[in-house]
Design a protein around this ligand. Structure first.
Ligand SMILES: [Zn+2]
Length: 217
């Protein structure tokens, strides 16, 4: 057993995705060994907590400076630069798992619509996982959009081509499809299979992503 303060840090690091106890122990001792690192970490984490919020519409991270909002306005929610951009196509909404996927789609320059970041995927092993995603917010947002533009609105399910990504896409399709009764023109599409099986958006190259967008069904 290590001294309590070290064990606490190890326990904290094991909460990170993909980090086991051995790696967490290495991290903890690395922090101990590097002069000034612990202090810098503490400081930067405090800054992170104080200056980063989420866009009230797409849920991407938002820095205070980026939005021009005060911290107070931030906590009450504001829109990010992309959501406020009048050149974006309001009739297209891409649903992605996480912000990194959105960033990668953005880099292709071939998607001009808006985004909705789910904040994760549905895991077959975790029955509570749908509750952890921003699905209620998505449903509300789609409904509002259909009222404003009933003739022309499309949701593109841009989850990864993994088992969990597919499960998530099917789940969303199931909860959004009933809206078609009132809005028959409402389209739900899925990124095309330009993305190979198991491919993650975050790592896909731009040409593959462009093709997947063009070939959506
Ligand atoms: Zn936004």
């Amino acid at each position: 057993m290590y001294p309590k303060p070290i064990q606490n840090i190890i326990d904290l690091f094991t909460k990170f995705p993909g980090i086991g106890p051995r790696q967490a122990t290495r991290f903890a001792f690395h922090v101990l060994k590097k002069p000034g690192l612990a202090k810098e970490l503490a400081m930067r984490l405090a800054v992170l907590e104080n200056t980063i919020g989420f866009c009230n519409q797409c849920f991407r991270t938002l820095e205070q400076n980026d939005s021009g909002l005060t911290p107070d306005e931030l906590t009450r929610g504001g829109f990010c630069a992309l959501c406020r951009d009048s050149k974006r196509e309001l009739s297209l909404l891409a649903v992605v798992e996480k912000e990194a996927d959105m960033q990668n789609l953005e880099k292709t320059g071939s998607f001009l619509g808006l985004y909705h970041i789910l904040g994760g995927v549905i895991s077959p092993l975790d029955q509570d996982s749908p509750k952890k995603l921003r699905l209620r917010e998505l449903h509300e947002r789609v409904k509002k959009n259909l009222i404003t533009r009933p003739e022309n609105f499309e949701v593109i399910l841009a989850t990864n081509s993994t088992a969990e990504g597919d499960t998530t896409a099917m789940y969303i399709e199931r909860i959004l499809s009933p809206l078609k009764e009132n809005y028959p023109q409402f389209k739900i599409s899925r990124l095309g299979r330009g993305l190979s099986l198991g491919a993650e958006l975050e790592y896909a190259d731009h040409i593959t992503l462009k093709n997947a967008l063009t070939n959506r069904k």
